[in-house]
Design a binder for this molecule. Sequence first.
Ligand SMILES: [Zn+2]
Length: 318
Amino acid sequence: MISTVVGSYPVIIQPPKTRKNKLFNVIRGNDKCKTAIQHSVKSQVKAGIDIISDGQVRGDMVEIFAKSIPGCKIENNTCVINSKIFTPYQNIGVKDLKLAIKYMKQELNELNISSKDKKKKGVKGIISGPSTIVQSSKIGPIYKNKDLAIIDMANALKSEAIALEKAGAKIIQIDEPFLSTGLIDMEIAKEAINIISKNLTVPVAIHCCGDIKNIFDNLIDFNVDIIDCEFAGQPTNLDVLDSYSTNLKSKKIGLGVIDTKKQSVESVEEIAMLIEKGLDIVGDKNLFIDPDCGLRLSSDEIAFKKLKNMVEAMKLFN
Ligand SMILES: [Zn+2]
């Protein structure tokens, strides 16, 4: 079993401590988000998470990508697609991924982790999914239908996936929260995901939110290694998983065991019960344990305690 997170973490921006740094911030326009990335990385490593994220501290999952992809622009907080979508001129998340890897290594050294355990550790590269970006955008007359835009978006995101892999991502995760809404043609969604995952050498995960009853049959045919879903806030998803226990087509499962909509901290025993159910269905070699979704809406303290208890619960099975 490997522990991981879905992505977002509470954004804690530390004000500069010295007058000199304050001045640098003003003169150089220093990137305030760096301290937020550092905080999220330190917290995740301290909680004992194996594959962490950079905390996705720069805001909305659609906006971050849309503002850098030619063909899209942001108007009144909405992405508008008004010309043909092309590959971005610059990488989007590579700088933050490299920073997160640097901060992770520093923290691991401070915590004196054994070299065997260090090998399990890494940072995931995260991409907002093409279907989700297009579905949450206004589409101008350039695209006769959204399916064509989804495929162009996938081609544009492909270069980002390659760049994240080159920069040292331990896995690549594609976030598609909209797939369970029933608004997306799953054949198009599959074609788009397969464009991104083709030829990547690190494992590729897809993260879906909500009820997977109507989409799981499609998901197991996607060219990805890991299917990550919510199981704490969506207990019926366990029944769906159970019905595929002998037909998972070598997919590993990301088992969401923390309800990220709840502000209370689940007990170690409560989490362990859910892990046990996952273990019974898919086995420990095929299991990634993580929260249901991102932790952005939790307080800093709650987010950390939730992750810590999750790791403690996993230890009961080692
Ligand atoms: Zn989610």
